[in-house]
Design a binder for this molecule. Structure first.
Ligand SMILES: C[S@@+](CC[C@H](N)C(=O)[O-])C[C@H]1O[C@@H](n2cnc3c(N)ncnc32)[C@H](O)[C@@H]1O
Length: 415
């Protein structure tokens, strides 16, 4: 942060927006960069910044009629923060306007304080109604992403308008936390904004945070009890925990030592164990090949936009090509570690076909692997997520009435 204002929440929200939109930093890194801030202010700033990033196109559209010329970027951020509070977050008008004016002064933008005041007063009068009249799902989605999602684009972008619920995976026999809904695939869902650390099962080590869709790929390996399983790209360990809890002897590999340390902490809390390897999957090779491999490859993460709305603004089409090239190399490496006849599950939290089915078609041709298609019965209540080729492809618009889910692609291959 450069200069702090009187109101720590809005000041931090400004710092977060500026980090993402001006310096192209991921929101998590920007949050980590907020120094000396109370947890409550940090959480509130995160909520405001996420709302702005999620609804940026719509917020700009309701501000536009009140601006005679384009304001400098920092002033626009202040206006967006004020408009989000007024039109999306239900803040009292006087508080939203006066804190925005205060923020302008604190950020050395005092000469724009009158403009901020005048524009936000108008938004407080007509902003909510103006927002209603917009095609927000479309306005809040970059055109290239909208086009890439085909017929599902509107359903996906509509779900992106709101916050994601908190999904949990529970150990067998663990009690469902109060207010939790057991989903047909076994995950437990709690309302958005629930603090997992306050749940009894968190301290007791009986549950972990994992989106309902993210919990599906590891299950495609079938019964892993007593089997050696290689979890490539494993950190922070949501899928390692699933495999270990199901009785597998897991080797969890990740090239990022810090993320791998988090994986170990997560497993410790859960009373689970795995062998951990800090190495690059492209180079590392085991002494003995594995019958079961999970490759949860790094990707554009467009399936997690609800949780990480900055992805809307940071990703570019060329990122998809870069990810696809790395995914091919990781698939080659995984195939080289797979025993003849073994099972390889490839997964990405991406909605982009270039990172999903296209990678699998290319891998089958290049590596002599063949698909072991999923049956609809493997995904209770989610048959719509099984593609004609037998892959798993979820998107946020699925289970919309329950609050949606992350976008995941997974394919099961046989060596
Ligand atoms: C999608 S995340 C994995 C999430 C994890 N499977 C889970 O369920 O919690 C991708 C991971 O791949 C790791 N990674 C990226 N490139 C890698 C490589 N060449 N070798 C090993 N790990 C890699 C990253 O450090 C990151 O932790």
């Amino acid at each position: 942060m450069t200069k702090t204002g009187g109101d720590p929440t809005r000041d931090a929200a400004f710092a977060l927006l500026s980090a993402v939109l001006d310096r192209r930093a991921p929101l998590d890194a920007a949050l980590a960069g907020l120094a000396d801030i109370a947890p409550r202010d940090r959480a509130a700033a995160h909520r405001i910044a996420a709302a702005v990033l999620r609804r940026l196109g719509s917020l700009d559209a309701i501000l536009e009629p009140h601006l005679r010329r384009a304001p400098p970027a920092p002033v626009r951020h202040i206006l967006r923060i004020g408009a989000a509070q007024l039109a999306l977050l239900g803040a009292p008008a006087h508080a939203a306007v006066s804190t925005a004016v205060g923020l302008a002064h604190a950020r050395g933008l005092g000469k724009f304080a009158g403009l901020v005041n005048a524009v936000l007063r108008k938004v407080s009068a007509d902003g909510a109604a103006a927002l209603e009249a917009l095609d927000s799902p479309r306005l809040d989605t970059p055109a290239w992403l909208w086009a890439s999602w085909g017929a599902a684009a509107r359903a996906i972008a509509t779900t992106h308008q709101g916050e994601a619920p908190l999904d949990l995976t529970l150990k067998d026999g663990a009690a469902v936390p109060e207010g939790g809904e057991r989903l047909p695939t076994g995950s437990v869902r709690l309302p958005a904004g629930t603090d997992v650390t306050q749940l009894y099962g968190y301290a007791a080590g009986t549950l972990w945070v994992q989106d309902a869709a993210a919990a599906l790929p590891a299950r495609l390996l079938g019964d892993v009890a007593g089997r050696r399983v290689l979890d490539l790209c494993a950190a922070p360990g949501g899928k390692t925990a699933q495999l270990a809890a199901a009785g597998a002897a897991v080797t969890a590999l990740d090239r990022d030592a810090r993320r791998l340390a988090r994986l170990r902490e997560n497993l410790d809390r859960l009373g689970l164990a795995a062998e951990t390897v800090a190495a690059d999957a492209l180079d590392w090779r085991p002494a003995q090949r594995f019958d079961a491999i999970l490759l949860d490859a790094p990707c554009s993460a467009t399936g997690t936009i609800r949780r990480h709305p900055e992805i809307l603004h940071l990703r570019r089409p060329r990122d998809i090509e870069t990810c696809a090239a790395l995914q091919d190399r990781l698939l080659d490496a995984a195939a080289a570690m797979l025993a003849p006849g073994g099972t390889l599950v490839y997964a990405v939290c991406s909605l982009q076909p270039e990172e999903g089915a296209r990678r699998i078609e290319a891998a089958c041709g290049r590596l002599g692997l063949r698909r072991a298609p999923l049956g609809a019965a493997e995904l209770p209540g989610l048959a719509e997520a099984v593609t004609p080729a037998g892959d798993l492809a979820t998107h946020p618009g699925m289970w919309a009435e329950r609050g949606g889910m992350d976008g995941f692609f997974a394919a099961r291959l046989q060596g």
